[in-house]
Design a protein around this ligand. Structure first.
Ligand code: NAD
Length: 382
């Protein structure tokens, strides 16, 4: 299958491009390298040293003989995107290429506007590009579980049957996002739903949970193939950030009470979920939604798991409850369906102490690269 991985230089996209290439797919990456520029803007870095995209794909070719073509450009530039689609004629378009940090989108007006322009315009261009150039191409779009918020009922996979005043219908599950970033994802989902309906596009929206881990079998083949690992208060995600805090003797910073519960998955499952979606395309005109996570944890559960492993490894660390910079419920019901990917063959890599220990050991190896001032949250929702 010919697959474009947009955002293929990023944390989820890079290991996915390698994994799909390893499975024998013909892969091309689109990325405008903006994630690397945000590191400069935030005076931050990946804990793992990361090679340039050119070095990465050259090493991959040297090790496997497989070529991954790269296109350095921006999805918000339609002329660029159209040329790539014409040249590549992809069967599937895996779309990771968005600004994905909730805190980044909440810095100020400019960052909120940028996030929504970048994400919504980019996705709209992809929809028009598919319609115009490759109408049979399957759009595999990374959404987020954060689109649903935390309703006091079980979250379904995309749709819910509602009976109202004696009539019944299957309707999109209500969305209650918690940041301008999450809102951009909801806007994307609406645009994709509409495009499927009017143009018969085939699309899968993957409402992904929080991703932890960094390695896959492919990224471990050589240091040049290493994945990025974020830890700062803006781009670091919960479990990864806690592990990193524990290795530098910093408190594990839980925002508020820590009862905030979310869906989580290992990066190894992210890459597999994309393959499953690609191998089982949505029908023409279908807007299909999968909830892409494997386990649910509260933030405090995660902090306790990390604290235990860190202490076993001889690291001194304790849990600290910080004033919550976000506006969110700190104690709430949370349960979501996630059977569709499993029914198609996903076998989850669960969060064990050994998985935490593995990430922790990688972090310890690169400890000197951590910029300590960056681990605390600096962006407030208010
Ligand atoms: P990332 O920032 O590491 O990677 C995104 C990549 O997209 C970067 O390499 C960036 O340069 C590129 N990009 C951004 N805007 C672009 C544009 N306009 N044109 C071309 N390239 C552009 O993010 P990630 O963690 O790999 O996340 C990938 C996707 O998965 C995002 O859509 C995100 O919302 C979604 N997601 C991630 C997580 C997570 O925990 N990391 C959880 C849920 C959903």
């Amino acid at each position: 299958m010919k697959i474009i991985v947009a955002g293929g230089d990023g944390f989820c996209g890079w290991p996915t491009a390698l994994y799909l290439s390893k499975q024998g797919h013909d892969v091309a990456i689109i990325d405008n390298m903006i994630r690397r520029k945000w590191d400069n803007e935030l005076h931050s870095n990946s804990i793992t040293p990361i090679a340039t995209l050119e070095e990465r794909v050259a090493k991959w070719k040297e090790l496997t003989g497989n070529e991954i073509r790269t296109y350095d450009g921006d999805l918000t530039h339609y002329d660029f995107l159209r040329e790539v689609l014409k040249k590549e004629q992809p069967d599937a378009f895996a779309h990771f290429a968005e600004q994905r940090s909730a805190p980044y989108s909440m810095i100020d007006r400019e960052h909120a506007v940028f996030t929504q322009n970048n994400n919504v315009t980019g996705t709209l261009n992809v929809l028009y590009g598919i319609k115009e150039i490759v109408p049979d191409c399957h759009l595999i779009k990374l959404g987020t579980m954060g689109e649903y918020g935390t309703p006091n009922i079980e979250i379904e996979e995309g749709y819910i049957e509602i009976e109202h005043k004696g009539r019944k219908d299957v309707l999109p599950f209500p969305k209650q996002p918690g940041s301008f970033y999450h809102l951009s994802k909801v806007h994307d989902s609406h645009n994709i739903t509409f495009a499927c309906k009017i143009w018969g596009i085939r699309a899968t929206d993957l409402n992904q949970g929080v991703v932890y881990g960094l390695d896959t079998d492919e990224t471990q083949m050589d240091p040049v193939l290493s994945n990025r690992l974020d830890y700062d208060g803006v781009f670091g995600t919960a479990l990864n950030r806690f592990i990193i805090q524990s290795t530098i003797g910093h408190d594990i910073t839980v925002y508020g009470k820590g009862g905030q519960t979310r869906g989580f998955l290992n990066i190894r499952d992210t890459v597999r979920c994309i393959e499953i979606a690609a191998n089982n395309p949505a029908d023409r005109g279908e807007f299909r939604v999968f909830n892409q996570f494997t386990e649910e944890f509260s933030v405090l559960d995660l902090a306790k798991k990390v604290e235990k492993v860190a202490q076993e490894e001889g690291l001194e660390t304790t849990i600290a409850h910080l004033e919550n910079p976000r506006v969110e419920l700190e104690e709430h019901f949370f349960h979501a369906e996630n059977t569709k990917l499993r029914d198609l063959g996903l076998e989850p890599n669960l969060l064990t102490d050994d998985v935490i220990r593995g990430i922790l050991k990688t972090v310890v190896n690169h400890k000197e690269r951590i910029i300590k001032e960056n681990v605390l949250p600096q962006v407030s929702w208010k």
